[in-house]
Design a protein around this ligand. Sequence first.
Ligand code: GLN
Length: 484
Amino acid sequence: MENKNFVSIQSQLASGHLTVSTLVSGYLKAIESTKELNIYLEVFAEEAITRAKELDKKFTADATSVGRLYGMVISIKDVICYKDHPVTGGSKILADFESLYTATALQRLLDEDVIVIGRVNCDEFAMGSGNENSAYGPTINALGENRVPGGSSGASAVAVQADTCLASLGSDTGGSVRQPAAFCGLVGFKPTYGRISRYGLLAYASSFDQIGTITNNVADAALLLEIMAGPDAYDSTASPETVEKYTSLDTQTRPKKIAYFKSALDHPSMDGEIRSASLEFLEKLKKNGHEVIGLNFDLLNYLIPAYYVLTTAEASTNLSRYDGVRYGHRSTEVNDLQETYKKSRTEGFGTEVKRRILLGTFVLSSGYYDAYYGKAQKVRRLITEQTKEIFQSYDYLVMPVTPSVAWKIGDKSIDPVAAYLADIYTVQANMTGIPAIAIPLGKNKESMPFGIQVMSGRHTELSLLSFANSIETSNLYIKNNTLL
Ligand code: GLN
């Protein structure tokens, strides 16, 4: 299907050249023809067709009666609750669980007539960087033979990449929308922590989790944010900060002050092609009149260790609710309560989730708390303070999204730490709560895409999206190109 941005879909709908029913049937065909990529855990085909017909009818009767998202067809990551639909978090432990309510973010989209075409695969409880930790098998990147799509919102990215929907909702705790977007050549956007309500999002690490989007372009991300953002009585961490008109992306080219970390580009894990493309991108920013300054950031190597101590600690607590009593899978071969907990969790959780629960329980245990959890909290504070300071002098912080392109399925599964290290550039935004966007930058010699990431101060989404939009629409954006 050619329809890759919402503005063009809307204009075709308005001129009568397209109906939502036609759109939906096109997406359903694409879903059918990409089954081998293992994108969808469930396709809501009947429901989507019925809804499309109703909406088309409503539109024909009165074009002004439809919502702002009339014609927008999305998929949702399997961690987002949708009333009366299953949600499993990519885990066996929730295999037969159905949502009792709808996530606030999704409800706001539904209220504007979005259509949800299905529920897509992900790493179990959003823990992973390659979509290889799902109990329902890996999802495959449509651009490379046997390449991962990234994770944990890997299938959300492939769903958009393979044109099975226009956009996808994911979650980003340490990079899970931005990294798969970069691996699949798309735009991945994580707003400020608390900008979008987490009500109805399965919790991984609550002080990091944020719903984000994977789209073909910045404008679609801005529209989805504008509708989802804002306070929510069901989530006390949802920010009361004014929701700006994010769709009014300004195209003014006032010179900006842009920082980057020298140590990030010189990092030993950094792929040579991505490094030179990123440097060239920074050069182009300079040539376009922006002030670009390389900074020292000594805390770079502390990001990953602190992130994994803190998130596993939070995960070990959050996942304690899956106890075989209140939710999902319950082992049948048990004699008492202790055994119910033990066996249900042993049978229900996958290896990576167990590893993190054990690690998280360890760092929180008395005797080790101060040495690990307490220390990681202090590191988080330092990183947050230093990051805040950067945004007192600079508008944006530019960073690669990933140190490499998508790896081959299985390549990192023997060494979990190698997979953790791949999050080096994305976790800072979650550690500090700032917004971050990944936009495609180029492709390497093997035609695998990579991205560039832009971050900005808390609640400066309008400025961030405008800048990303100006990159996307200018010669700074190197789309569908082999190396720069
Ligand atoms: N790869 C990171 C992790 O495994 C990020 C996951 C996420 O953002 N959900 O924790």
